[in-house]
Design a protein around this ligand. Structure first.
Ligand code: MN
Length: 289
């Protein structure tokens, strides 16, 4: 099943390039304050599937290309991200002072994981708004894993049972000396899309082609088989520190080829079996006073 969020908070089932508006299927999801620290839709996805199919059968589809896509996960409780999880990216980061900023780039086994603010999440139609145009800002394409049910100290061999699905993630990054969590948490610096592809449609997350182009020029081209720590092991590792909850997003790391973006650029991100999305880059508007 391929699910998306689009327009003004509409919920859609995607099939053969068409979106079917199945927003009424979300009616049973009512919560009261204090709100839960997980994504209610992802938490109840298994029980909602039949309703989603029924509503889709009753409505006319419209072309996916004509709708403005939002992040397929509306309320991730946390965004866990893996730094330097591809060997060739580790090598390019160590070789380029404008990436490493005089800091030793450690291997992922030593640096572990970091968190991105959930307020940084946007969908592809919302684009990336550059905040510090005088500084180097890079694209990073990553396979994004969306957790489906709580994972507390799970083993790698059982980890994939906790996955709701997959989407494309962009971990947009300002280079500089500050902590990763600060440089990567700017508003709009986490792009998720185009759809959530449920885990049953992804036979093997460790064999997916990734491609990122900027203005039609290839920048990043790799395969998730090159991950240093694979998807299942990353889930197991993250869950050894904190319980992963439904809707939590795990960004698995970016391959080599990271490079600057600037206002006016158009990024196209593609992951085999997941989909493709265009994301425009603009300058952030002046702060509202
Ligand atoms: Mn990254």
């Amino acid at each position: 099943m391929r699910l998306c969020r689009f327009a003004e908070d509409r919920f859609g089932l995607v099939r053969d390039g068409q979106v079917f508006d199945v927003t009424p299927a979300l009616k049973p999801l009512s919560y009261h304050y204090p709100l839960p620290r997980f994504d209610p839709l992802i938490a109840h996805l298994a029980t909602l599937r039949a309703d989603i199919e029924q509503h889709a059968a009753k409505t006319a589809g419209r072309p996916l290309a004509e709708v403005g896509l939002l992040s397929p996960v509306a309320n991730p409780g946390k965004i866990v991200a893996a730094p330097v999880n591809y060997r060739k990216h580790l090598e390019e980061a160590r070789a380029d002072a404008s990436i490493h900023h005089q800091k030793q780039v450690e291997e992922i086994q030593r640096v572990g994981l970091f968190l991105k603010a959930t307020s940084s999440v946007v969908g592809p139609s919302q684009g990336v708004a550059i905040r510090h145009p005088e500084r180097r800002t890079d694209h990073e394409i990553e396979l994004a894993v969306v957790i489906g049910r709580p994972a507390d100290r799970v083993s790698a061999s059982r980890a994939l049972e906790h996955v709701a699905g997959y989407c494309i993630g962009l971990d947009i990054t300002v280079r500089g000396p500050e902590e990763r969590s600060l440089r990567k948490s700017i508003d709009s610096y986490t792009v998720l899309g185009p759809c959530l592809v449920t885990a049953d449609e992804v036979a093997d997350p460790s064999r997916l082609d990734l491609l990122l182009t900027v203005n039609g020029e290839t920048r990043q081209k790799a395969n998730t088989s090159d991950l240093i720590i694979g998807v299942a092991e990353l889930i197991a590792y993250a869950s050894s520190f904190y319980t992963l909850m439904p809707g939590d997003v795990l960004l698995t790391g970016t391959p080599e080829g990271v490079a600057p973006i600037q206002a006016g650029d158009l990024m196209t991100a593609t992951i085999g079996g997941i989909g493709s999305m265009d994301i425009s880059v603009r300058a952030a508007e002046a702060a509202k006073t």
